[in-house]
Design a binder for this molecule. Structure first.
Ligand code: HEM
Ligand SMILES: *[C@@H]1O[C@H](CO)[C@@H](O)[C@H](O)[C@H]1NC(C)=O
Ligand SMILES: *[C@@H]1O[C@H](CO)[C@@H](O)[C@H](O)[C@H]1NC(C)=O
Length: 340
């Protein structure tokens, strides 16, 4: 064998060793020995970010969904486009507005300093989304994170377009989309409650501006139309309770007492939904199917039940696996795969 051939073989063997097959068991104390305190490091950075901008919290809660529904929870959503792979997941239209990438970088850098090459970006997303949902709900949403995920090496915009639900979906399309990932109608309704926080672009709710009164409270439609007219594609709060007081006073004055100082992760989404005051077509569509509608009522009636069930559904979401035989690794930097 030539020296060159030997070198190639060594590189191939190293690559195989470094990119493990990603089907290990997850566990709560996965980093207990290899990176003690990692959860405190993540929480410190998430809390600091949310103190400056609660919107980062919503971004993290969306990030766990958009990562885990596409090739499992493998941080494939974090990979930046490169000349070799110019269309990674984050370039997909369905991922419009996805954020908190800098915050994840900051957390990863802090974790790498403490325990280099040990904690996956995939686990960091779950820890950070857990801490964000806990902080945004004053601790009402809480759960232990099972860790030990590996970061994927594949990220394709077309996978995101195929696997993530669109805001224009009908209820049957939503149910089918969740079913494909083994999520029930009940879980679809529970997880949609995340729209109690955060923002959406007007382009994501364009059809709502001309939807009939059975689908959207006309006063709210006017509010959205007014806000969407002032710039090419601005964002509006997902939860009417986070709207500008002036806009609400001008359109739905009866809602003024319900406005809140901070965005908060709670069951208000279900109250808004029953009042036909939600942003996306996919939100109101939940009222058009018998089981989904009864769940909307159930969670509107019992906020504690939603806190608990939302926590459990995030745990289930966080366990979506990589595709069979996919290779995983611990990335050094969350925006790019490791070089060999
Ligand atoms: C059921 C199907 C769903 C659809 C069709 C949907 C659609 C959307 C859309 C269109 C946006 C606004 C994007 C933009 O225009 O910038 C959005 C935002 C958001 N979504 Fe969903 N979503 C769904 C389910 C979920 C789930 C399961 C979660 C998390 C558990 C979630 C969490 C969020 C959050 C937190 C935001 C605000 C993000 C921010 O402010 O940065 N969504 N969603
Ligand atoms: C859904 O469940 C089936 C049957 O248990 C399993 O084969 C499949 O891999 C699961 N799909 C996902 C995305 O977890
Ligand atoms: C609401 O849900 C909680 C948690 O499951 C339960 O303990 C409580 O009894 C429920 N409250 C009502 C009024 O049904």
């Amino acid at each position: 064998m030539t020296t060159k051939a030997v070198a190639v073989l060594v590189v191939v063997a190293m690559a195989a060793a470094m990119a493990a097959e990603a089907s290990k068991e997850l566990s709560v104390d996965y980093y207990k020995k290899s990176c003690p305190g990692v959860e405190n490091v993540v929480k410190y950075h998430v809390a600091k970010a949310l103190k400056a901008n609660r919107g980062d919290g919503a971004a993290l809660v969306r990030l766990i969904f958009h990562d885990c529904f596409v090739r499992g929870c493998d941080a494939s959503v974090l990979l930046d486009p490169t000349p070799e792979n110019p269309e990674t997941e984050k370039t997909a239209p369905i991922n419009i507005g996805l954020a908190a990438f800098e915050l994840i970088d900051e957390i990863k850098a802090a974790v790498e300093e403490r325990c280099p090459g040990t904690v996956s970006c995939a686990d960091i997303i779950i820890y950070a989304a857990r801490d964000a949902s806990s902080l945004l709900s004053n601790g009402h949403v809480h759960f232990d994170v099972l860790a030990g995920r590996l970061d994927g090496r594949v990220s394709r915009a077309s996978d995101a377009q195929r696997d993530l639900p669109d805001s224009t979906f009908t209820v049957s399309e939503l149910i089918r989309n969740f079913r494909r990932k083994n999520f029930t109608i009940e879980e679809l309704v529970i997880l949609s409650g995340a729209h109690a926080v955060g923002v959406g672009h007007c382009s994501s709710l364009r059809a709502r501006l001309t939807a009939p009164p059975e689908q959207i409270l006309p006063a709210y439609r006017s509010l959205l139309a007014g806000k969407c007219a002032v710039a090419p594609d601005p964002v509006v709060p997902n939860n009417v309770r986070d709207e500008d007081p002036a806009a609400v006073a001008a359109t739905i004055p009866s809602f003024l007492p319900k406005l809140r100082k901070f965005e908060f992760l709670d069951n208000t989404y279900y109250h808004n939904n029953l009042a036909r005051i939600v942003t996306f077509n996919s939100d109101w569509q939940l009222l058009t199917e018998k089981e989904a509608r009864s769940k909307v009522h159930e969670y509107a009636d019992n906020g504690t039940l939603w806190d608990e069930d939302f926590s459990a559904s995030l745990v289930k979401l966080s366990q979506l696996p990589l595709p069979p035989k996919a290779k995983g690794e611990i990335r050094h930097h969350c925006r790019r795969v490791n070089a060999y």
